[in-house]
Write a protein that binds this ligand. Sequence first.
Ligand code: ADP
Ligand code: MG
Length: 321
Amino acid sequence: MAEFDLIARIRARAAARDDVILGIGDDAALLQVPAGKQLAVTADTLNAGVHFLPGTSPVDVGWKSLAVNLSDLAAMAATPAWCTLALSLPSADVDWLDGFLDGFFALADAHGVALVGGDTTCGPLAIGVTAFGFVDPGAALRRDGARVGDDVWVSGSLGDAAAGLALLQQRMAANCVGREAADFLKARLERPSPRLALGRALAGVANAGIDLSDGLLADLGHVCKASGVAAVVEVDRLPMSAALTGVPADRRRHWQAAGGDDYELCFTAASRSREAIAGIARKLGLPMSRIGWITEGAGVEAVTADGSSWITGQAGYVHFG
Ligand code: ADP
Ligand code: MG
């Protein structure tokens, strides 16, 4: 099977949208941005062996390659519309491609995202996705909006994906958490749910936001740097799923504070927004935890309940680090 047959296979599954004037098939796609909206654009690559373990199910790779991009749009309070897909494949493996497309389009279709173009080449397994979304002018949730006195919040639970990775790499035995919990943790790693509804709901409520891909302390550090402020995080308030109950506290805390691939949203908001945020949590059925506050200065300090500094070995994942 040649490049063009693979593209035809992909094209056959791409959904239509009224604002896609010309999709897959020409030299470029033609897309109509709705009047009065801003276009939010983001790109992320998944490399085999770096972002997913060799042997990961193609369905999971397909899902996650889009999920990490939709998570970035969520963190901007944008509504996703289109995406492109750059595929580098070691061989024309149709079974792998079909599995990949199952996962990719399951998520794309769930959010009404149309695949409008891409590139297909032969090389080491790598997937590059670019996602495009719409946001009202001024409504985007940026990293540079945190103010001294803001609360720091996080959605969902933290550390599940890092625990899932430890299970897959056999650094933790499944019987440490139990079979059902182990499946949940692996799914949190391989099938993240981009928090799109949350991101949109936070427009006008939160002052700054970011999605958690590299670990809470590292990612919150990006918000602090962009905003010219510091943050204090209470490690005992970091939300934990029931699946992590059996994990020793030290290890669990490290995963919650510094583990990657959570794809939750971390955001800051004035204290007068607490009720609004509680309302959003109820409406979405997604817990929101107030984990710290913004102060003057620089950097992120993690403290325990008695206020003493908590030190973790590693702040987050850094490429070329
Ligand atoms: P060109 O050589 O002009 O760049 P290609 O032959 O690479 O065109 O691609 C033909 C069409 O198929 C283009 O519209 C391109 O966007 C689309 N396409 C190629 N690979 C993919 C892919 N992996 N996913 C989606 N669309 C793709
Ligand atoms: Mg061309």
